[in-house]
Structures are given as C-alpha cells and as structure tokens.
Design a protein around this ligand. Structure first.
Ligand code: PLZ
Length: 452
C-alpha cells in the first residue's frame, strides 16, 4: 500500500524516471481528446501527457509515467513543485482568508513580499514594489511607472526580446510566430534595437558587445531621440529569444546610456531571476543595479505572482490609485512567495544553480564536440541551452531541435525548446533536482542526439 504522503506531489514523490506506457499513454490520449473538444486551439501543448503529481525533479502523468523535469514549468518551480514551505504557508493563508483585494483592505503578506524584494534585489537605495499576477502585467506596469516618472512615451526593447502576450507586451516582444501573428495592431511608441548575441554577431563574438551597443545607441539617438525615451527594457539573459547571454560589457553600456539620458533602465528578470542563473538576479553578474526590475515565475513556487521593484522615487511616480488590479498580490500567492523565498535561502538555491551548471555544462560541451548539430552551449547556472544548427555552418536547425525534444520526451525526459529560430533546447531544472536524475537526463539527451 502506498503511504498517504506519497499520494501527494511535492518532495515525497519518488524521485525516479519511469516509462510504463507509450508516450502519450491511453489516459492522456483520452484527456487530450476532451481537451481538443473543450479548450481553444490557441492553447498549445509541448508534451501531450496530462500531469497528475510533480515534485523535486520529476513530473508524473496520469498513466503512471514519471518524467525527469528539466523545464520547471518554464522556470517557475525553482524550489520544486509543491515545496513544503510553499504548501504550508499557502495552506495557512487559505484557511485564514483567500482574498480581500489589496486595494480595498491590505494584509501583511503583501507588505512582507515587498520588503523581501527590497532586500533581495540589487542595490542598497530605497526601494518599493507593486505586485501583480503575471509577468506580462508586471512589464506593462513597469512601462506605466516609467512613463509617469519621465513624462516621456517611447519604450526601447531588443531583438530576440520577450516580454509577454498582452497587447503592449506583444509589441515589446520581438518574435512574430506564435506570439503576435494576426493579433495586431500593436501598441505604438515601441522601438527595437540590436542586442549583443555573440554566436550570431556577423563580425564575430570579440567585437560583439562594443558594436551592438554602438548600433543600439545610434538607433535610439537617431531614430527615436534619447529625450523621448521613458524606458529601456532588457532581459539580462534573453529567455524565449534563445537563452542569449549578451556579450560582457553590453548591458553596462546600455545602462550607462540610460543613466546619462534620464531613461528608466528596466531589467526583466521574470525568467532569469530568483536564483536561476546562480545569483539571486542575473543582472548581478555584471554588477548592474537596474532602476526597475520585473519578477514573476520563480518568485512564488508555482502560484501566480509578479512584481515591479525599484527606486522608491520612480515607483512613487504613479499617482495614488493609479496602479493595481483585483487580484494583484493575492494573499495566497504572497504566502507562497514567502515560502519560496524561505526555501531558497534555506537551501542556498543560488549555490545549487551553480552546481547544476558544474554538472551539466561540461557534459553538454562534450556532446557539442561529438555532435556537429550543436553549434553552441551557453547559459549560466541552471539556465543552460544548446543551439542546434545544420552541420558545417550556423544555419538554424529547428527540425533537429523538434526531433530531439520529441525523442527525449519518449524516454521520459521533459525538455523545452526556445529561440527566435526555434533551434534552441533549453534546460531549466528545478534547483532542488537530485544530481543522479540530472545525470540520467543528460545520458538520455546524449542517446537522443546520437539517434538523430
Ligand atoms: N518576460 C522574460 O520569460 C514569460 C512564456 C511562455 P507571463 N516567459 C514564458 C509562453 O509561451 O507564454 C516571460 C518572460 C519574460 C515576461 C514574460 C511574461 O510572463 O507570466 O507569461 O505573463
């Protein structure tokens, strides 16, 4: 008989890979037929199995298959699924009250999350936060705040950038398919400039930071006018664009330009933040102190919560009552965030992310030597990727990428793809994953590469 604790997800779930049916199994297929009838086609599916439980480094489906999880629900369950402190705190909060609306009657967990964000984010200046439900909402609000602060309208973003699926954030997002196609018109006053993508910089990676920054700044000054720019928004590691780590020196130059011109510099750390890259925030790597920082995903262990955090005088620019939303900073989500932050501190998750890099990167680099299809291995901490190309050159290879993901899925390894060209396999394991699972997953990846 199964112990009761094993019936729930979370840390008690057996930490093993197990493939007991074809993928997808019969129960998942049945549910998929119901999904097709009841759920809009616009809601896609990466791995067509239905989840039953998840925890630690695994995700179990309704047919009893157990997948090694190298996706964390797109960088969300960094503390693991149903992490003990997240469940405990959220449950206590559920029993006390589920909602009052923070704008109607505030509650302590909201304030506590904002206090934690002030402490955890880079810089020792006075900081304030505002809480929302999703990453896109946080980015939209960062723009509202920057516009209120500067009295300017233009927003500058970067090639390969991703910031969400709402109307303004679609405009900020660079990739058309699947995010924007047919959904326009988009919000005005959004300008896109080059980013320092070392692997694909035409004159080579050595000059990439310098040249990309010069081009970006030239375009801003000549095409937009620095005085018209409210905000420059960038992901310190670009997520949906392909786990692009901007060449060293690029981000500081862009931030300096923003500072020199009274532009609010916004780091979108929704994917890269909360210990993912081996530091609490990816922008710490180059000592950046953003004016505003947007967070979501890893902040609350799986419950929907997002934040804008930044310089108090900028955050206070929006008039009283000008920011908010019915559910923003929901008390259960805030309690979960406090549990996730407690866990991250207790387990020293930044160190765990660095350890994941130590385990994974050398093995990925070995695979790159063995297989021509891997053009580059990149990333930091537990935000790693391989970019797949046609052998002999750098032409993107989305077909091999899709085939590789599928082959891994069949063997019980959950990996995700990404990238402007759809040719990047990304690795985002929960930071609490066991090293044995991680190594087993890499073995499956290697076999799948060999079978391509
Ligand atoms: N900014 C940097 O990575 C979300 C998108 C998944 P939301 N990335 C995952 C998908 O296909 O919709 C993301 C991000 C960065 C903003 C967002 C948006 O966050 O919580 O999905 O709105």
């Amino acid at each position: 008989m199964t112990a009761k604790s094993e019936l729930s997800g979370g840390p008690t779930l057996p930490q093993e890979r197990r493939v007991v049916t074809a993928i997808p199994g019969p129960k998942s297929q049945e549910l998929m037929a119901r999904k097709q009838a009841a759920v809009a086609d616009g809601i896609g599916t990466v791995l067509p199995v239905f989840a039953r439980r998840a925890g630690g480094g695994v995700l179990e489906d309704v047919d009893g298959n157990s997948f090694i999880d190298l996706g964390s629900g797109i960088a969300v369950t960094s503390v693991g699924n149903s992490a003990e402190a997240v469940v405990r705190r959220a449950t206590e909060q559920l029993n006390d009250f589920t909602h009052t609306c923070a704008m109607v009657t505030p509650y302590e967990p909201y304030v506590q999350v904002c206090e934690e964000l002030a402490e955890l984010t880079p810089g020792d200046h006075a900081k304030k936060s505002a809480l929302f439900n999703s990453g896109a909402e946080a980015v939209e609000n960062a723009v509202k705040i920057a516009r209120a602060h500067t009295g300017r309208q233009a927003v500058v973003v970067f090639d390969h950038g991703y910031h969400g699926r709402t109307n303004l954030t679609m405009a900020l997002t660079s990739k058309n398919m699947p995010y924007k196609h047919g959904f326009g018109p988009f919000a005005p006053e959004v300008y896109r400039v080059p980013v320092a993508y070392p692997y694909r910089w035409l004159t080579g990676p050595e000059n990439c930071a310098e040249e990309a920054a010069a081009q970006a700044i030239d375009q801003i000054t000549k095409q937009v006018g620095a005085d018209n720019v409210a905000a420059i928004i960038i992901e310190p590691v670009l997520g949906e664009g392909g786990f692009i780590v901007p060449a060293k020196g690029f981000l500081p130059r862009i931030q300096q330009f923003a500072r020199d011109n009274g532009i609010v510099f916004v780091a979108d750390e929704i994917q890269s933040g909360f210990c993912r890259t081996g530091q609490w925030f990816a922008c710490e790597d180059e000592g950046l102190v953003p004016d505003l920082i947007t967070t979501a995903k890893g902040i609350a262990g799986g419950l929907p919560l997002a934040a804008v955090t930044g310089r108090a005088e900028i955050m206070d620019s929006a008039h009283s009552g000008g920011l908010g939303g019915t559910y923003g900073g929901n008390p259960v989500a805030c309690a979960a965030a406090l549990g996730a932050i407690e866990t991250a501190r207790e387990l020293d998750l930044p160190a765990r992310a660095r350890r994941i890099e130590e385990v994974m990167k050398p093995r990925l680099e070995k695979m790159a030597e063995r297989f021509d299809v891997i053009g580059e291995v990149r990333g930091r901490g537990a935000m790693l990727a391989i970019e797949l190309v046609k052998p002999g050159g750098k032409e993107p290879n989305p077909e091999a990428t899709a085939a590789l993901a599928k082959a891994c899925h069949q063997q019980g390894l959950l990996i995700l793809t990404t990238g402007t060209y759809g040719n990047v396999v990304r690795f985002l394991p929960p930071l609490v994953i066991g090293e044995d699972l991680l190594n087993e997953g890499l073995g499956i990846l290697e076999d799948a590469l060999a079978s391509l």
